[in-house]
Design a protein around this ligand. Structure first.
Ligand SMILES: [Zn+2]
Length: 252
């Protein structure tokens, strides 16, 4: 993914983001609203310029206990309340995306468990050990798909988005974000990207381009500060440790 270039003389990480010509921009939002709060301005301007943009929502945001209790006037919301709340947030994301200039086909909802991405990464990587959401009581996404709530399936779906869209720019939360869903959404993206680049399915990593005119759309991520103020770093953040074996008999 390519990245925004830092203007000459500007220290990496502090310069203005420059999207290279021919860019394809893939935004990963852990929850509905992260795309708007973190990258709404960027998406709006890119959409107006006709730049291909896809937004992938990793969860439906269905584990927001306080909001569910308030919206449904329930001290102890039921599983179905959480599911319905996720559907409300999904529809809100669709409406917000329209305002940003995107179409339904530009959006992907993976439906993984809100509040559970760290669990998938650390303790439920294997397909033999799916995670059950304590909110919805579901262990698989709502969409008709064979995926279940486990790290392998999420990694596979994230990799599919990277392979099919072939982005030149990827927008992800800061990997050091204090919200575990945000940080781990980035880990999944970075991990899948590393695997695809190592297999030469996607172009190899590139560091920041010295200038927009010399920047060809290959690869680089936008991590810190999300897209706000747009930072460009030359090194890829290191994902946290996860189970040593993907076959999954226990984690370390
Ligand atoms: Zn979020």
């Amino acid at each position: 993914m390519s990245l925004g270039a830092t203007p000459n003389g500007t220290r990496p990480g502090t310069g203005a983001l420059v999207i290279p010509p021919g860019a394809r921009v893939l935004v990963f939002a852990p929850h509905p609203d992260d795309e708007t709060i973190g990258a709404g301005g960027l998406i709006f301007h890119l959409a107006r310029r006709g730049v291909p943009v896809r937004v992938v929502f990793v969860t439906n945001g269905d584990g927001y206990a306080e909001a569910v209790a308030q919206d449904f006037h329930e001290l102890k919301p039921r599983d179905t309340d959480y599911v319905e709340f996720g559907e409300i947030r999904r529809r809100e994301a669709l409406a917000a995306a329209r305002h940003l200039g995107l179409h339904r086909g530009d959006l992907v909802f993976l439906g993984f468990p809100d509040g559970g991405l760290a669990q998938l990464w650390q303790d439920h990587w294997s397909r033999t050990r799916p995670y059950t959401s304590p909110y919805t009581n579901e262990d698989s996404p709502p969409a008709p798909d064979s995926a279940e709530y486990d790290g392998q399936d999420l990694a596979s779906l994230v990799g599919r988005q990277l392979r099919t869209f072939r982005p030149s720019v990827i927008v992800i939360p800061h990997p050091y974000d204090a919200h575990l869903d945000h940080a781990h959404a980035s880990y999944f993206v970075i991990d899948a990207l590393d695997a695809l680049q190592a297999a030469h399915v996607l172009p190899g990593p590139r560091t920041c381009c010295p200038s927009a005119s010399s920047c060809s759309p290959t690869s680089c991520t936008i991590p810190p500060g999300r897209a706000r103020g747009a930072t460009a770093t030359g090194s890829r953040p290191r994902p946290a440790r996860r189970p040593r074996t993907r076959s999954g008999r226990g984690s370390i």
